[in-house]
Design a protein around this ligand. Structure first.
Ligand code: SAM
Length: 219
């Protein structure tokens, strides 16, 4: 099967069959070539139903998890979105297909540079990159209507709450370093209304308002 055929099959069997129903999310997944974000030696697995290594001990998330998080953000076309954890750049491409602007932060410069090269090659012009600690957010461009954190955190970093607009949504895995609960929290009159989405396993969010390097020896 060609990558295009594998991509359409992935959308049907991994997303639509598991209740991903936002038409803009489905359209974005039908379009973005996931194989471009995967290191060459693993490209044959680009449309597998699992995460894959991308270097620096990090992963590109399972397609279904990317779709679930994106759908939970309830994006509108004029939204500005902040993503913490650029990784391969795949999720930011999906977000950029739906929202007006996406700001993305990655702590590893090597990953950010590779993602920037991939997204430039694919022609994206509404994505803005920063290398640094995403737990502090990116205050220069606030407020964000949606924030997605693609690494597991002990709690919602408070700078991200401050940088979210009223009515804004944050989707974030919260819990321990070996397993978390995916949460959607909505900012309402200054406080956060939280909903549980599902259990999940993400690499740790490491930073000032996340985990610290000495919290677990193997970070
Ligand atoms: N969204 C990515 C994709 O589509 O490939 C997947 C990201 S991977 C599961 C999580 C990423 O979060 C890793 O690349 C990791 O380096 C990054 N990360 C962890 N802590 C971070 C922090 N404080 N600031 C920015 N990035 C961080």
């Amino acid at each position: 099967m060609t990558y295009e055929e594998q991509r359409q099959q992935m959308v049907q069997t991994q997303l639509i069959s598991r209740h991903i129903c936002d038409s803009r999310v489905i359209k974005a997944f039908r379009k973005v070539p996931r194989e471009e974000f995967i290191p060459k030696k693993n490209r044959q697995d680009a449309y597998g139903d699992y995460p894959l290594p991308i270097g620096e001990g990090q992963t590109i998330s399972q397609p279904f998890m990317v779709a679930l998080m994106t759908q939970a953000l309830e994006l509108r076309e004029d939204d500005c979105v902040l993503e913490i954890g650029t990784g391969s750049g795949y999720q930011v491409a999906i977000l950029a297909e739906i929202a007006k602007k996406v700001f993305t932060i990655e702590r590893f410069s090597e990953l950010s540079e590779r993602a920037q090269a991939t997204l430039k090659k694919l022609g994206y012009k509404n994505i803005f990159f920063h290398v640094g600690d995403g737990t502090c957010g990116w205050p220069q461009h606030l407020p964000y209507q949606a924030i997605v954190v693609t690494a597991g955190a002990p709690h919602i970093p408070f700078p991200l709450i401050e940088q979210l607009s009223e009515g804004g949504r944050i989707v974030i895995p919260i819990g321990g370093t070996f397993g978390q609960t995916l949460i959607r929290a909505r900012k309402s009159v200054g406080s956060m209304e939280e909903e549980r989405i599902c259990g999940c396993v993400f690499v740790p969010l490491i930073g000032k308002f996340g985990w610290h390097k000495d919290d677990r020896n193997s970070f």
